[in-house]
Design a protein around this ligand. Structure first.
Ligand code: IPE
Ligand code: IPE
Ligand code: MG
Length: 261
């Protein structure tokens, strides 16, 4: 974990009344924070705007969440941007999102350079429109050498599809004689998921108040602490992030054992 204390204090200087940097223990910042960015459509509707404008506004929140994560010294930030089920949306909305992903990534690459952030994708990105895929590959290439935070963007991601893919990879290795069925254990499956080289999230944030996973990281979230806020994604700020971390630090994690005193 890398953290610039001076930048951190400056970043959280203008604190509102109910939350400040003093409210979190910097020694206990979660290593991996994951976010289901939800509520863009409702945000737009509540302002009399078209849904896509909610997605455009959501980009600002995402940029802020990346910066906040870096400032706090989070090692991994993963975010759910497009699910395997989101193809069911109107074609214009899907097209806009694909275009927005590509455009935003190109625009934000300097931020990754500046903050030493390595990009990663979770999901089947090969079946995305070519332009989006090409930009994603360029982003991967350009940030491959960075060793600060890892930013994992889940696009065309579905947890069930990921587990099926992992199971198929195991079966192929068994069929090829590279793996004995007895060698299939939790680690063997974990290594065949998109998140192979990442620790499981410690904190999952979902915005817009929905109490469901929507096919996100079913395996990886087995012991993750959940924080759901009614704030809609385009309204989510660094202070909401800090509130989530404060709530996380107040939880007693047991992993099936008993409370530590
Ligand atoms: C989340 O916001 C963004 C994506 C799923 C791409 P929504 O678009 O789901 O917003 P709501 O839930 O309809 O308000
Ligand atoms: C989950 O949000 C997917 C993303 C945030 C990318 P949805 O808005 O698609 O989920 P549901 O449909 O409310 O479950
Ligand atoms: Mg939604």
């Amino acid at each position: 974990m890398q953290r610039d204390e001076q930048k951190l204090r400056a970043y959280f200087a203008d604190a509102p009344e109910d939350i400040s940097l003093e409210d979190v223990d910097l020694e206990r910042i979660p290593r991996h924070v994951s976010i289901i960015m939800d509520g863009n459509g409702r945000w737009a509707q509540s302002r009399g705007l078209a849904r896509p404008q909610g997605h455009v506004a959501g980009v600002d929140s995402l940029r802020e969440a990346v910066t906040t994560s870096v400032r706090l010294g989070v090692d991994y930030l993963s975010v759910y941007a497009f699910s395997t089920e989101n193809w069911r949306r109107p074609r214009e909305e899907v097209n806009l999102l694909m275009h927005l992903f590509a455009k935003t990534l190109i625009k934000e690459l300097p931020l990754f350079d500046q903050e030493n952030v390595r990009l990663k994708f979770l999901g089947d990105i090969e079946s995305l429109p070519k332009k989006t895929y090409d930009v994603f590959m360029q982003g991967l290439e350009q940030t491959a050498g960075y060793d600060g935070m890892t930013f994992a963007l889940a696009v065309n991601y579905g947890s069930r599809a990921e587990l099926v893919r992992g199971a198929r990879a195991l079966a192929q290795d068994v069929a090829a004689g590279k793996l004995a069925p007895e060698q299939i254990d939790e680690a063997a499956l974990s290594q065949r998921l998109y998140t192979a080289d990442m620790p499981d999230p410690e904190l999952l944030i979902r915005t817009s108040g929905e109490l469901r996973l929507s096919n996100y990281l079913l395996w990886q979230l087995a012991y993750t602490e959940f924080y759901v806020t009614d704030v809609l994604w385009p309204d989510f700020t660094k202070w909401d992030y800090l509130r989530a971390v404060r709530a996380f630090e107040g939880r007693g994690r047991r992993f099936g054992g008993v409370v530590q005193s």
